[in-house]
Design a protein around this ligand. Structure first.
Ligand SMILES: [Zn+2]
Length: 528
C-alpha cells in the first residue's frame, strides 16, 4: 500500500488516518491490515500498539515511531517501563494501557483525540492537511500555549469513534483559556521534550524532595509537611481546568504516596506534572538537572523556621490555638502541647478544669498510677489526664522509668513464687516456664536475676543410652548383605558406629552376639 510521510509530532492514529484517506481502498480495516498487519484494531491516541507491523510495512524506524510519535518517552520517564514491558506491548501486541499502570491511577479521563483548532487551521494552510499532535495528547493538557485557546477533541472510546479514523475538524466557536492553563501546557511540552532528550533519565523523588526542603515543606527530621503542601497545591490550582474525569486529582490526595519513600509506586504522569509545575515554578529543566548536594546547599532557603517556632510565636502573639493549627498544619493537641511544654500562657479551655485538679492529676501521675485510675479518682476524662501528662515537662519520661521499676519488681515476685511452688526447678525450668519475667530481668537488671535464680549446677556430659545404641547397631548390621566388610573398622564406617564396635563392644551384647554369629568378630580384638 502507498503511504504518506509521517510529520514531526504526529500521532500514529493521525498518520494511519491520513494514509487511509489519501491512499486507502474500501473499508478502513484494509488499511489496518496493510499498515499494521492487524485486521481489526482501535488505535490508542497516545499509547498505540503493533508498531512493529508499521515498521515492516512502511519502513519507518520502530524506535522513531515509539519515541517521537507516542507518549512512550513520558511514561518511561515517570517509571512506567522499568522492566521494558510497556515497550514490548507497544511494539508488538498486548495492552499498553495496562502496562502503563493507567487503571491503577483511577483517573477517568475519556479517550479522545485532542487538537488546537487554530493550529489545525494553520496546518491546512501551510501543509494542505491537518493532523493530531502527540503533545496535545499528554493527559491534562487542555490548552494551546501558542494560541492561548482551549483544545477541541474528538471522542474515540466505546460508543464514539471506536475503530473508525478521523482528522481534526473545523471548529466554529473558540474558547479562550487561562494564562496558567497555557503555561501548564507549555511546561508539559517541555517535560516531554526533556524525556526525549534524556533517554536514560528516570524521574527521581529527590528532584521533588530537594526543592520541597528549600521551600520549607520538610521538617528537620525529614518528614513531609503534607497538609501544608496539599493546601498550597489546592490554592495554586483552584482555578485551573483539567480534562473531564481528572477533576478528582485537584484534591491532591495522591501527593503522599507520590512523595513518601516507603509507599512509593509509579504514579500517573499527570500527577507528576501537576506537582512538578507548581514546585519548579514552571521550569521543566528541574526534572533533568537535579543539583548535587553541594549545589543544593547554596540555594536560597525560602522558609526555615520549624513549625514549633511558628507555634510559639503564634501563642505569644495571642492567636487562638485553632488559628495556629490551621496556619502550621499541626493538630490543636500538638499546638497546645508545645505551648504548655514551653510554659506559655494560653486561654483555650483554661476554665474547663481547675488548677487544683490539674495539680492532683500531675501528683497521681508522678506516683505512677494508671491513666484510667487517675481519671476515676478525680472524676475527669481519660483524654484530659493524658493531655496533662504529655503537656507536663519530663513527666512522661519519669512515668516510663517508674513503669520499668514496676515491671522489674513484678518479675522478681513471679520468679520467687515459682521457686517456692517448685523447689526442684533448675534455671532452665525457670527460663522455660517464666519466660517474660526471666527476660524482663535479663534486659533490665541482670544482678537481680542472678539473685532470684536457683544455684548454678555443675555442667554434666550427656549420657548415651547404650541399650538404644545396641539395638540401632544390631539393626544396621542385620540389614547388611554379604559380602561383609573385612574388618571391624570398615564395618563400623558402614553403619556409622562412632568407633563403638572397636572400643565399646562390651556395652553392646546384642551386636556382639550378631558379630560372632556372622563370623565378623576378629579374635585379636582384646577388649572384645
Ligand atoms: Zn494552537
Amino acid at each position: 500500500m502507498n503511504i504518506v510521510q509521517i510529520t514531526a509530532h504526529e500521532t500514529v492514529f493521525s498518520w494511519v488516518s491520513r494514509c487511509h484517506l489519501r491512499c486507502g481502498v474500501g473499508h478502513v480495516r484494509n488499511t489496518y491490515q496493510a499498515l499494521l498487519n492487524v485486521f481489526d484494531i482501535r488505535l490508542h491516541p497516545y499509547l498505540p500498539n503493533h508498531l512493529h507491523g508499521i515498521t515492516q510495512s512502511s519502513g519507518i524506524d520502530e524506535e522513531t515511531l515509539l519515541v517521537q510519535h507516542t507518549l512512550y518517552a513520558l511514561f518511561r520517564f515517570f517509571e512506567h517501563d522499568t522492566k521494558g514491558q510497556l515497550r514490548r506491548v507497544m511494539c508488538r501486541s498486548g495492552s499498553p494501557v495496562l502496562a502503563a499502570h493507567i487503571p491503577q491511577a483511577a483517573i477517568g479521563i475519556a479517550l479522545e483525540h485532542r487538537y488546537c483548532p487554530l493550529c489545525a487551521k494553520a496546518q491546512r494552510q501551510t501543509l494542505g492537511f491537518s493532523y493530531f499532535d502527540i503533545r496535545y495528547q499528554i493527559p491534562g493538557v487542555v490548552a494551546c500555549p501558542l494560541h492561548q485557546c482551549l483544545l477541541a477533541s474528538i471522542a474515540s472510546g466505546d460508543g464514539a469513534l471506536d475503530k473508525q479514523i478521523c482528522l481534526p475538524r473545523v471548529v466554529a466557536v473558540l474558547q479562550e483559556c487561562l494564562t496558567k492553563e497555557a503555561h501548564f501546557s507549555a511546561f508539559c511540552f517541555e517535560v516531554l521534550d526533556g524525556a526525549l532528550d534524556h533517554s536514560d533519565a528516570v524521574c527521581s523523588q529527590h528532584s521533588y524532595l530537594n526543592v520541597l526542603d528549600r521551600k520549607g515543606f520538610i521538617t528537620k527530621r525529614g518528614h513531609l509537611r503534607l497538609r501544608q503542601l496539599i493546601d498550597a497545591l489546592r490554592d495554586f490550582y483552584a482555578d485551573i481546568r483539567l480534562p473531564r474525569g481528572a477533576e478528582a486529582l485537584l484534591t491532591f490526595d495522591f501527593v503522599g504516596p507520590l512523595l513518601r519513600k516507603k509507599t512509593h509506586s509509579p504514579r500517573h504522569p499527570l500527577q507528576h506534572l501537576l506537582v512538578g509545575y507548581w514546585l519548579f515554578s514552571g521550569d521543566a529543566a528541574c526534572y533533568f538537572n537535579v543539583p548535587t548536594a553541594i549545589e543544593q546547599l547554596s540555594l536560597p532557603i525560602e522558609e526555615t523556621s520549624s513549625a514549633d517556632e511558628l507555634i510559639k510565636q503564634g501563642v505569644v502573639n495571642g492567636l487562638s490555638l485553632n488559628a495556629i493549627a490551621k496556619q502550621t498544619g499541626k493538630s490543636r493537641c500538638y499546638v497546645r502541647r508545645i505551648a504548655e511544654l514551653n510554659k506559655l500562657q494560653h486561654r483555650t479551655n483554661s476554665l474547663a478544669n481547675s488548677h487544683k485538679t490539674r495539680d492532683l492529676v500531675v501528683f497521681q501521675a508522678q506516683l505512677g498510677l494508671h491513666r484510667k485510675v487517675i481519671a476515676n479518682n478525680l472524676g475527669v476524662g481519660v483524654g484530659y489526664v493524658e493531655q496533662v501528662i504529655s503537656n507536663t515537662p519530663e513527666l512522661v519520661s519519669w512515668r516510663k522509668t517508674l513503669a520499668k521499676f514496676q515491671k522489674v519488681a513484678a518479675a522478681k515476685e513471679t520468679i520467687t513464687a515459682a521457686r517456692l511452688a517448685h523447689p526442684d526447678w533448675v534455671r532452665k525450668d525457670i527460663k522455660a516456664y517464666c519466660t517474660n519475667a526471666f527476660f524482663c530481668l535479663y534486659r533490665n537488671d541482670k544482678a537481680a536475676l542472678e539473685l532470684v535464680l536457683p544455684e548454678k549446677l555443675p555442667p554434666q556430659t550427656p549420657k548415651l543410652d547404650w541399650i538404644k545404641e545396641d539395638s540401632r547397631l544390631f539393626e544396621a548390621i542385620s540389614a547388611l548383605k554379604p559380602p561383609y566388610p573385612k574388618s571391624l573398622s570398615a564395618l563400623g564406617r558402614v553403619v556409622k558406629d562412632r568407633a563403638h564396635l572397636r572400643e565399646r563392644l562390651h556395652l553392646l551384647p546384642k551386636t556382639k552376639a550378631l558379630l560372632v554369629e556372622l563370623k565378623l568378630l576378629c579374635i585379636t580384638n582384646r577388649r572384645a
